[in-house]
Design a protein around this ligand. Structure first.
Ligand code: HEM
Ligand code: NAG
Ligand code: NAG
Length: 324
């Protein structure tokens, strides 16, 4: 009898620890919304079958959400005054298809599990599902995030990395989010899919320095190609593939590109040109398994940044609005 009591006490302590504050868990909705992952996968697939942009747009949206106020779907909020996170200068390049994926998936989830699942968790699941759809690795997503109560354009500046950053600047901004240089290099592999507008790298091909208009770190043929795609005064809405070789597959070719001088942004190329990060890039370029493993670990870490749990925040009904 005593042994049984003690066993039950231990079990209780264990359960309390498991559900402790600040903790996410893989089976958070197991009893409250058992079909969640199936519904999300199905909705993400439907959106993907309408447009490929679903993949990069959703993946980048997750990153931007997590780096501003934490992974709390603050990026999803629409403000009538145009002063929410998504209205900040970096917005123009957040493709609408990422928002659309989360909004529609949430609507489908609300039918079966009303008021249960946060928009932040739906975005985290959708980010995993799009990587899988592009041929990348799969992983278990930790869940239990609550949706945030603040979304302000003024809080975006300084929290997102700039494509002209050097290694130290990249490391600093990732470290603020509890991510190491190794995580930063692995997560940059997301640039294996998706698009960039010409203005984000135009200085590298038209006005690099007084002695050379083209960044010497660029492979000359690639530089030529970029100049053709993005001539001076190009239409600002033009966007080009970030991975010129396999733009639609989630693979380690991004790192092979860096090795051969085909990193699109300064912040990409520097990962190979700086000797402090070069060994990791070379390893990921050679070994898909190492990249996939690191990407999974780092995406799970990214998903823990600044999360609200327990009674914090709320479970939004409409991802674009705070509950009234
Ligand atoms: C390391 C620092 C990073 C910098 C400086 C950076 C910068 C950028 C820039 C400038 C663009 C182009 C936006 C445009 O003109 O449309 C872009 C696109 C993208 N970024 Fe990053 N990024 C970084 C890290 C990440 C991370 C960690 C992820 C995700 C895990 C990510 C995912 C993406 C994706 C998927 C796109 C393509 C978006 C689309 O096609 O709609 N980036 N990034
Ligand atoms: C992006 O933000 C700028 C102001 O920074 C605003 O003028 C523009 O309309 C916004 N664009 C979108 C697509 O929301
Ligand atoms: C980083 O980790 C510490 C310790 O676990 C935690 O207190 C802090 O909130 C984390 N920071 C972010 C931005 O998630």
């Amino acid at each position: 009898m005593e042994a049984l009591k003690r066993g039950l006490m231990l079990l209780l302590v264990f359960m309390v620890l498991q559900r402790g504050d600040g903790q996410l868990s893989e089976n958070f909705y197991r009893s409250t919304c058992p079909n969640l992952e199936f519904i999300v996968r199905q909705q993400v697939f439907t959106k993907f079958s309408q447009t490929f942009v679903t993949i990069p747009a959703t993946l980048r949206l997750f990153f931007h959400d997590c780096f501003v106020e934490g992974c709390d779907a603050s990026v999803m909020i629409s403000s009538p005054n145009g002063d929410a996170e998504k209205d900040a200068e970096d917005n123009l390049s957040l493709a609408g298809d990422g928002f659309d994926t989360v909004i529609k998936t949430k609507q489908a989830v609300e039918i079966l599990c009303p008021g249960i699942v946060s928009c932040a968790d739906i975005l985290a699941l959708a980010a995993r599902d799009v990587v899988v759809l592009a041929g990348g690795p799969s992983w278990e997503v930790e869940l239990g995030r609550r949706d945030g109560l603040r979304s302000q354009a003024s809080r975006v500046a300084g929290n997102l990395p700039d494509p002209e950053f050097n290694l130290a600047q990249l490391n600093t901004i990732f470290a603020r989010n509890n991510l190491t240089q190794f995580d930063m290099i692995a997560l940059s592999g997301a640039h294996t899919v998706g698009f960039s507008h010409c203005n984000r790298f135009t200085n590298r091909i038209h006005s690099f320095s007084s002695s050379s208009p083209v960044d010497p770190a660029l492979d000359p043929n690639y530089a030529q190609q970029l100049m053709q795609l993005c001539p001076r005064n190009v239409d600002p809405s033009i966007a080009i593939n970030m991975d010129p070789e396999t733009p639609r597959s989630f693979d380690n070719v991004y790192y092979q590109n860096l090795v051969s001088g085909k990193g699109l942004f300064t912040s990409d190329q520097v990962l190979f040109s700086d000797e402090a990060s070069q060994p990791t890039v070379s390893d990921f370029a050679r070994n898909t398994g190492n990249f996939n493993g690191a990407f999974i670990t780092s995406m799970r870490k990214l998903g823990r940044v600044g999360v609200k749990t327990g009674n914090e925040g709320q479970i939004r009904i409409d991802c674009t609005r705070f509950n009234s």
